[in-house]
Design a protein around this ligand. Sequence first.
Ligand code: HAM
Length: 419
Amino acid sequence: MTLQALRGTTDIYGEAIADWTHIEQSVRASARLYGYDEIRTPILEDSALFLRSIGETSDIVQKEMFRFEDRGGHDMVLRPEGTAAVVRALLQHKMHKQQALNRLFYMGPMFRAERPQAGRYRQFHQCGVEALGSEHPAVDAEVITLCYQLLKNCGVQDLRINITSMGTRQDQQASAEALKARLQPHIDQLCAECQARLAKNVFRSLDCKKEQCRTLAWEGGWPFLLSTESQEHYDAVRRALDAAQIEYNDQEAFARGLDYYTRTVFEVQASGLGAQNVVAAGGRYDHLVEDLGGPAVSAVGFAAGMERILIAAGEHLTTEPQQRHGVFLAVTHAELLEQGIRYVQQLREQGVHAMMDFNVRSLKAQFREADRLRMQYVVVFGERELSEKRIALKDLDQGTQEQIHLNEWVAHITQLAKN
Ligand code: HAM
């Protein structure tokens, strides 16, 4: 049996690395433009963190967490998302006491045991931001604007931002009662899960996998009733987005799969993604910090799927073709191998990308290898070069050649490589 990567996981290698590096750099640069600092949290977390944040009735917690006990009986999970982990870190390191508003961004692998398909994986990568410590509607708008600019900077075109408000937690209690009352007469038509959800968390029927449940749940239109205060907050978010000249669509209702949201929620769709067309999503979570044992700290954030960014960016990925650089030392006599190793090490210590072929193959084979490695220079080193004390330095980019004294070529090429 040949061993294979697990279903829903992928090896990233070869040319894809340039695309990934490009996306990672664009994410970092975009986040920094808005003053967000990087945070890296562990991939392994205590299961309780996600049970208490994403919601016990959510699909992620019920079906999709890679959850296990370690040998010591500790209940842990491979993180399915980043927000709860960032909140845990905020509280653990008392960041909220050091400054009122913490702006953080992160990137890394997340894990969900979903049925794999195009754009949906079991190990996938998210980049995300969280602004913790303000309920100002301008912060919601800033997060949405950053999301938009980040996706643009990564090369994603044809973006569409859907935005809506789910109201405060208090509003949601009233909305839940209203939705329950509406669904109760149809309880027989709901799946067993949704029947249980009716008592526990009726909003989960909005994104039930069964179409019949979804249809019934959405029948009365957008189920979230907004208090005056919520409406004003939502209006102010849209005014701030208008000020930033960000276009959005506030006419299309959509459900979020995580329980912690209050007030503003949004998703960004991109073309070229097929069924999984949501490239990024997020919203406000005003009670998560409290729910995880902290003080009242309002927050808002989003996460984007990096695989989906890559698919959506497609040919608009602006990765440059790899430039030639560095020097390849072609040693033509086995007895000179150690001297060659010495040269290569000297170059590397000077910060010059240097490679050689330990097998002393034909010059032709070595030139081919230098070309494949996209090296800029080739230096041939053999007995003749040793006796004449001169080497030939070939520039593969320019097609030129120069002769240099054996004692000077390392310094010379170090100079060239640094220019
Ligand atoms: P989410 O909607 O669960 O939100 O995920 C955000 C994005 O991650 C999705 O829009 C999608 O692009 C990507 N994604 C999710 N699951 C998969 C998968 N199985 N395969 C590939 N890509 C996937 C969150 O995770 C929240 N933490 C977002 C947030 C941050 N809300 C506030 N702050």
